[in-house]
Design a protein around this ligand. Structure first.
Ligand SMILES: C[S@@+](CC[C@H](N)C(=O)[O-])C[C@H]1O[C@@H](n2cnc3c(N)ncnc32)[C@H](O)[C@@H]1O
Length: 245
């Protein structure tokens, strides 16, 4: 084994061991819960735009985009635009003509203004509407026609039914070898009722429950166990899915 292979081999072994460390998993989840009272995942920006992600997930996103080199990234859930700018910045670094489609039911005018003024907006198309509205899905399909390597992030409304409906619309657009990412599966591991005061999702009704249901009848996708094993602090437990066929 050459030194490069040796490094990655050792790293895979360490990650595999770490992934079985239940105490570390529990501590990570405890940390996520304790930091959530300060809305920890809202506290970062990517190239000037607020991004609602843990830094670990930002690095994981960089890893999969560099690995897959997509020519189209479809994202549901735009908010301040940080994740769109992250995707666009990776596509810019890759060169080529890669583009990002961002879909949101409510693109606030102040956010739209900032996104449109960003130098990476040249790679972004914004669609305002529900991600599961048939007209929106049709528009995305038309924009995706001819693209060879498509990646999808589903980060909009985190209820079971909505994510299940998004999976029905967008999973088939993911290219073989590329990724389908489902953030906010962590809701399943937070205390029951935690979001009851202001959100329609809860334990038993969230992206993780939709993901489990989806995987029961779909073997085109597999959880990336190496990513899943190492992140620990992540909004997307089991949520990085590679399309294998
Ligand atoms: C968690 S935020 C997106 C965060 C963003 N991806 C990031 O990482 O910075 C969720 C967004 O989903 C949008 N949303 C809610 N329901 C939606 C729907 N039915 N279709 C599309 N977007 C929706 C909300 O308006 C909100 O901006």
């Amino acid at each position: 084994m050459n030194p490069v292979e040796e490094f990655f081999h050792e790293r895979r072994e360490d990650i595999e061991k770490m992934s079985k460390d239940e105490e570390l998993r529990k501590k990570s989840l405890d940390w996520m819960l304790a930091s959530d009272k300060y809305k920890y995942s809202y506290n970062y920006t990517w190239l000037g735009r607020p991004i609602i992600k843990y830094p670990n997930d930002i690095v994981a996103t960089q890893e999969i985009i560099w690995r897959v080199k997509p020519d189209l990234i479809i994202e549901t859930g735009v908010a301040h635009g940080g994740s769109l700018i992250l995707s666009a910045s990776m596509l810019e670094l890759l060169g080529g003509n890669g583009r990002v489609i961002g879909i949101d039911i409510d693109i606030r005018p102040h956010n739209r203004k900032e996104i449109e003024a960003h130098p990476l907006y040249k790679r972004i198309d914004l669609i305002e509407g529900s991600s599961v509205d048939p007209q929106v899905v049709e528009q995305v399909k038309q924009m995706a026609a001819g693209k060879k390597n498509i990646m999808v992030f589903l980060d909009s409304l985190h209820t079971h039914d909505h994510v299940a409906a998004e999976l029905a619309c967008y999973a088939s657009m993911v290219s073989v070898g590329s990724y389908l990412v489902l953030p906010d599966t962590f809701i399943e591991y937070f205390p029951k009722g935690y979001y009851a005061h202001n959100r329609p999702w809860d334990v038993g009704n969230n992206p993780m429950t939709a993901l489990r249901e989806f995987l029961k009848t779909n073997d085109d996708f597999e959880i990336d166990q190496e990513l899943n094993g190492k992140l620990m602090i992540t909004e997307a437990f089991d949520g990085y899915l590679r399309r294998v066929k």
